[in-house]
Structures are given as C-alpha cells and as structure tokens.
Design a protein around this ligand. Sequence first.
Ligand SMILES: [Zn+2]
Ligand SMILES: [Zn+2]
Length: 354
Amino acid sequence: MKALVFHGPKDLRYESFADPKISQDRSLIIQVQKCSICGSDLHMYHGDRIALFDYSKPMAHFCTGHETIGEVVEVGKAVTTHKVGDRILVAGGSGCGLCKRCLKGEINLCEGNTRGQPSTAYGISPGLNGGHAQYMEVPFADTGAAKIPDGVTDEQAILLTDALATGYYGVKMANVKPGDSVAVIGQGPVGLMAAEAALAVGAARVYCIDMQASRLKLAAKFGGIPLTPDQARERIMHDTNGIGVDAVIEAVGVGPTLKQAAMMLRFGGSMSILGILQKGTELPLQIMQAKSLRVHAGIAGIANLWEELIPLVQGGRIKGEGIFTHHLSLSEGAEAFRLFDAREDGVIKTLITP
Ligand SMILES: [Zn+2]
Ligand SMILES: [Zn+2]
C-alpha cells in the first residue's frame, strides 16, 4: 500500500509500506477513507517528545496519523461489534478493553502497556501504525472503534476520533458547570472544539484566546468571545469584577500560557491542561497554591467519551463547522504537514483522502 511514513523530523514521505495484517483475533483492518493531522503530530514533526517517545532520536519508520475513519475490509475471529463493509471511526488511542481500568471506562489509563500490548495512540511510534495510509490495523476494535452514527458527517466523525473528544475531556476535567465563565487558551482545533463543547454543556461565557485572526474568527462563530493574549487578562478581569474565570482549558502546553491560565482563574478555579507538555515546561506552582487551584493534565480516553458526545453532535449542539479548512490527498501529506505547521493560508485543520 501507499502511506505517509515518518523518517524523522520534517521528513515525511509518501511511499510504499507493508500492508497491515490481522496480528491478533481482536483486530480488524480498515480501508482508510479520511484522515487528518493533529496538533500533537507537530511534536513529531519538530523532533520534540510525546510521552516517552523522543523524535529527535532515530527510530524505525512508521505510518503517522491518529485521526481516521474507514471501511472495514477484514475482521479478526474475536471481533463482535464490527463486520466487513461497516464504516467506522477509530479512536486516536486504543485501550486493551480487558484490564481493570478499561473495564471501568478509563481506557486512557489502560494497563495494557505494562503487559506488552500495543495499547497506545496510533501513528506516533513503530508500535502501532497510523491512518495516514491506505489501510490500517485496528487492534482491540470492539473497544476503540464505533460505527459512524446516523446524523454524524464524515468531518464530525474525524473530529470525534480526537480533537472534539480531547476538547470535551478538557471541559470535563476543568469541571465546567452551567453558568460558568471559561477561558480556552489556544484556538487550534482542540481549543476550538473545547470552546464549542463548553458552551454546549452550559458555560455562560467562553473567552477564546489566540494570536491568529482566522482562529479567533471561527471561535466567534462558535459563540466564543475572541481575544488576543494581550487583551485577555484585562477583559476577563473587567467582566468578572477582578475575580477571574471559573475554569481554564489550556490547549497550548508552554510555560507562559500555563502561567496566564493560573493568573486568569478565580480562587478555587479549575484548569485542565491539554497541550502536550515538553520536558522542562514550567508550571506556576506558587500561583496554583496561593489560589487553591485544581489542575488536571492528561490524555483523553476518546472512545469512553463518545456516549456523551455523539448525541450532542447528532442533536446539533456541537457542530465543528469550519474546522476543516483544507482538503488534500495523502500523496500531498508532507505538504499538508508543512502547511499546518506554518499556519499558512488561514489553515485550521486539513482533511486528507488516501
Ligand atoms: Zn491528537
Ligand atoms: Zn486496558
């Protein structure tokens, strides 16, 4: 098959790659129909780190991509919920479905890795190839994939594989309640989806903070209050009588924005950190303690969130409209990465067709 293959930082190649095979009974194979690039993929692109993986060091080649939908073309013997011909969305990360944490509905905390099983995100390491390819193996398919539901568009299905689920996870972890004031720092796809989700669950005001005009424009369309970083603190303090917001969702993951998040929260407020943190990123511990803040940093258990999210999408409460600004073919994958990284041409997110 053809795939987009990671050879190293800024070196992605569209080339032939071994066809995926059913490696265990609970796997299936999809023919990829659409896939996209996540902001976190840029950490590979830059040679940074994602969790344990350090992309500045040489590693075996693999297919990138963890936001994928496709048609099932082959199923393993133990797969019960999918059959050949089904169109499915695949969660960006997979849990084993069998361990104590997975059974409790916490697949992001899967113990599988400690048992040597490939329960991790797709397309971030040679351990599990991703969906920037014509075909992809989906291990633990009953746990980490679902039929594309009625009333959900292909673009929304792709958003459900990561950006929307992660944004919503940020909203939940920041403990957003009806009537709350919320700030979302960073209006990339995840931040934008966090803003739309916060409004969907009843936030009264959502301040959307970013430097880029095209992103702020879309944030305003979602019902957010668009602010540049320079405007943000003054406006928020003015609107909240100097108290600060109830919740902040931080979708950048660098020291200055984490500090900004702590500064704009009220005493006792909650922050969730969605940006992928790098080694040495500083947390504003003093402010966190002085203001008794609750802070959560984590990776979403994507498939666990679908039960709540899919009806919100089907009911039109969350639309994700306008997130996909650019459509490219997989053969243009390297260019898609370059464009997304350079933030050229008002790009918010690219949709890729193999
Ligand atoms: Zn992602
Ligand atoms: Zn598990």
